[in-house]
Design a protein around this ligand. Structure first.
Ligand code: MN
Length: 196
């Protein structure tokens, strides 16, 4: 039985970058819906006793007729957990220490990294996510469609940005690029460093 993560701050804590209204719909409705749907799908299967991370890493154990729905909804639960956690107000406003070194090595600078990350988010056609992931000792940017999670590919997700319209449409309408550039104001890089 998977439970909806409790939001680690008030619904208005991400304002003005992400409004209380968006967080209420996004966490309390969308994220809750992924949790509820996933629980129905895994009931009676061998995935039912696993954690959300274990489900994402063991998708081959999903019954064939439910597999795609489990991919969608387990990703929907896990990806949003990461997203809400990395946005906890406070903490470092840019990468430090070993994470900073890895980002500088891979992209040249934090500024360059941000440009490439925003481009990955803008370039994702339709719904999906932009990610900074750890691949061995290195970091790289990937984007995934729908609720696919890099964790299923053996990568360690460090930073996630949700580019589904439900993440930004109430606040930015069709201006996905603006949402992507405002996003940096609310990332807690201490949380990202912990994952690294
Ligand atoms: Mn979402």
């Amino acid at each position: 039985m998977i439970e909806l993560m409790k939001l680690p701050y008030e619904h208005d804590a991400l304002e003005p970058v992400i409004s209380k209204n968006t967080v209420e719909f996004h966490h309390d409705k969308h994220h809750q819906n992924y949790v509820d749907t996933l629980n129905k799908l895994i009931e009676g299967t061998e995935l039912a006793s696993l954690t959300i991370e274990e489900i994402i890493k063991n998708l081959d154990k999903a019954p064939a007729d439910k597999k795609q729905a489990i991919i969608n909804n387990a990703g929907g639960v896990y990806n949003h957990n990461l997203y809400w956690e990395e946005l906890i107000p406070g903490g470092a406003s840019e990468p430090t220490g070993a994470l900073k070194e890895a980002i500088d090595k891979a992209f040249g600078s934090f500024e360059k990294f941000k440009e490439e990350f925003e481009a990955a988010g803008k370039g994702r056609f339709g719904s999906g996510w932009a990610w900074l992931v750890k691949d061995g000792d290195e970091v790289k940017i990937v984007s995934t469609a729908n609720q696919d999670s890099p964790l299923s590919e053996g990568l360690i997700p460090l930073l996630a940005n949700d580019v589904w319209e439900h993440a930004y449409y109430l606040d930015y309408q069709n201006a996905r690029a603006k949402y992507l550039s405002e996003f940096w104001k609310i990332v807690n890089w201490d949380k990202v460093a912990e994952r690294f």
